[in-house]
Write a protein that binds this ligand. Structure first.
Ligand code: ATP
Length: 225
């Protein structure tokens, strides 16, 4: 599903080049659910951005679902992302003037009929327990409900890969556990590949697999010794 080979990424800061990622090789099988942990600034979000095609590595190969992202120009990476990736953010990124349902409708594939759209929206909002709330504005929803709506938005276009960057970072502990458990349950049932960045080791323990970025990344590894 995911294969990285000799990937490196640096950022220029104050006239210096800061190496952030240097991953010799990493493979994730389809349907794996992995918590990605590691210290602040170690490159976890950067790795998700590389996998979603938002940024290109400086060197190396990035394959996701058979697509060679390292060979794609920006427009093709945008197409890849729209088709294959669902992204979940810490602060939901819902548009405040639109209802939960309208937020999701924005990214429904244009080929879908009105009927198919309505059926899928009803199905997913019910699946996350928001069937009575889909016509509410984000401000009328609790934070956990907002993240459930954002999960629907991530899933609606039937992506293969879900990338979640601290998806429960702004929720209280019990809500965080419920939202994480829902996300895991859906990804298992739908056989989606899920990669979640989290600082919370208890939440990471809910995952079938955990990976420390230090174990992937030569840079952090060298700095750690
Ligand atoms: N566009 C950019 N330009 C310059 N530096 C960047 C850029 N994006 C990230 N960085 C730097 O790269 C490093 C890794 O950032 P990243 O956000 O990937 O870390 P992280 O592990 O997700 O951190 P956190 O857990 O705090 O979110 C940081 O030092 C950050 O300042």
């Amino acid at each position: 599903m995911i294969q990285l080979e000799a990937v490196s990424k640096s950022f220029a800061m104050h006239g210096k080049t800061l190496p952030i990622l240097q991953i010799p090789s990493w493979r994730v099988e389809s349907g794996e659910r992995i918590a990605l942990i590691g210290p602040s600034g170690s490159g976890k979000s950067t790795l998700l951005h590389v996998l979603s095609g938002v940024i290109q590595p400086d060197l190396g190969e990035v394959w996701v679902d058979g697509e060679p992202l390292h060979q794609y120009k920006e427009a093709k990476r945008d197409q890849y992302r729209a088709k294959k990736v669902g992204y979940i953010f810490q602060d939901f990124h819902l548009i405040s003037s639109l209802t939960a349902r309208q937020n999701v409708e924005l990214i429904v594939p244009s080929a879908w009929s009105k009927r198919q759209t309505a059926e899928q929206l009803d199905y997913w909002f019910e699946r996350v327990g928001l069937q009575d709330r889909m016509h509410h504005l984000p401000a009328q929803l609790s934070r956990g409900q907002q993240q459930r709506a954002a999960i629907v938005r991530a899933l609606i276009a039937k992506p293969k890969l879900i990338l979640a960057d601290e998806p429960t970072g702004s929720l209280d502990w019990e809500t965080a556990r419920d939202v994480m458990s829902l996300l895991l349950e859906i990804c298992a049932a739908e056989q989606l590949t899920l990669l979640t960045v989290t600082h919370d080791l208890h939440l990471a323990d809910m995952y079938p697999a955990r990976i420390h970025i230090q174990d992937l990344n030569e840079i952090v590894r060298r700095e750690a010794v």
